[in-house]
Design a protein around this ligand. Structure first.
Ligand code: NAG
Ligand code: NAG
Length: 309
């Protein structure tokens, strides 16, 4: 892994210096960003990408100057993408069922019961989905990993790639939903991710079977209190509107609509009732891979909240 990164970095450096044909020239900040994120843009494309990079830098600076902001933006792997490109590469459009179409769960819990702040983030790891709209698959495979950890103290990995390849209700990197992926995990089960590794693009279904099955799953959204209650037991896979998440770095986010276009894993809420969500854009994004949303139905978090049980 390290070796391949170093090799890629060395190749990029070579290409960059060749491109300039003046090896002694120092690298500018865009070159350094390219090296760090293993990107190589040349010719016309480079000119365009560098301009996008500069525009994004300006956007981040302006945002972070605003005294009233509740979150900071930061530079990351998405710096050379316009917002439209970011949306089309990383997010998916989901024809989400309307709230009223979803099955009402029985409110069996005592609403007077005091809420305990909870954070399950240590039960799974932050993944990197790459250039594939597979947030829906990671949201579910991570929720299975956490479920096995919390329930049985078993440290497992569950294959997101299998969902991309084999869940016939999804369109691989282009579309998928958490409830269909959970249905697959219930009917078929998932392999571990060593046996069925992530490649970040759709291929033919390699194994339509797996050791990690779930008993059932249910909708636990709609009301803030419902999600808060159920998240005390296990993390919850949630659909979100991530259209403005491109440069989120830290703090409490609420700059969004409720049009679901991405899935993440809700692992708890903090003392201020802010939702704690694990994303699949690597540890370099957000607060070590995590975003915090303000309370309530921020970014539509209550619209497609499904939990394994
Ligand atoms: C983001 O993190 C920086 C560095 O820790 C901190 O100074 C800043 O206040 C944080 N921003 C927000 C909005 O929490
Ligand atoms: C689970 O196993 C992985 C790989 O062996 C390890 O990195 C991780 O720390 C383990 N996590 C827990 C919670 O034991």
């Amino acid at each position: 892994m390290i070796r391949s990164i170093l090799t890629t970095a060395a190749i990029s450096l070579l290409l960059l210096t060749n491109y300039y044909q003046t090896p002694s020239q120092t690298l500018n900040e865009f070159d350094i960003w390219q090296l760090k994120h293993q990107k190589i843009y040349i010719g016309e494309e480079r000119i365009y990408r560098e301009a996008v990079y500069q525009a994004n830098k300006q956007k981040i600076e302006n945002h972070n100057k605003d005294e009233t902001r509740t979150y900071d933006m930061g530079e990351n792997q998405f710096m050379a993408l316009t917002q439209d490109e970011f949306i089309s590469l990383y997010l998916t459009q989901v024809d989400a069922p309307k709230l009223e179409q979803q099955e009402q769960i029985e409110e069996i819990f005592d609403t007077q019961e005091p809420l305990k702040f909870v954070d399950w983030s240590s039960y799974t790891t932050i993944k990197s989905q790459g250039q594939c709209g597979s947030g829906w698959a990671f949201s579910v495979s991570n929720s299975i990993e956490a479920w096995y950890g919390i329930r049985g103290g078993r440290n497992i990995t569950a294959s997101a790639q299998q969902l991309i390849d084999c869940d016939v209700y999804s369109k691989g990197c282009y579309q998928g939903t958490n409830y269909n992926a959970m249905h697959y995990a219930q009917q078929v089960g998932l392999m571990n991710s060593m046996s069925y590794p992530y490649i970040g693009q759709q291929q033919g279904c390699r194994y339509n079977r797996g050791d990690y099955r779930i008993n059932n799953y249910q909708f636990v959204g709609r009301e803030q209190q419902t999600l808060q209650h159920y998240i005390q037991n296990y993390p919850v896979s949630v659909g979100v509107d991530a259209q403005n998440w491109q440069f989120y770095n830290n703090g409490t986010f609420s700059d969004c609509g409720q049009n679901i276009n991405h899935y993440v894993l809700a692992v708890g809420f903090d003392f201020g009732y802010n939702w704690i969500l694990q994303n699949s854009w690597g540890y370099g994004w957000g607060e070590n891979g995590i975003i915090r949303l303000s309370p309530g139905n921020t970014c539509g978090i209550l619209n497609q909240a499904y939990q394994i049980n």
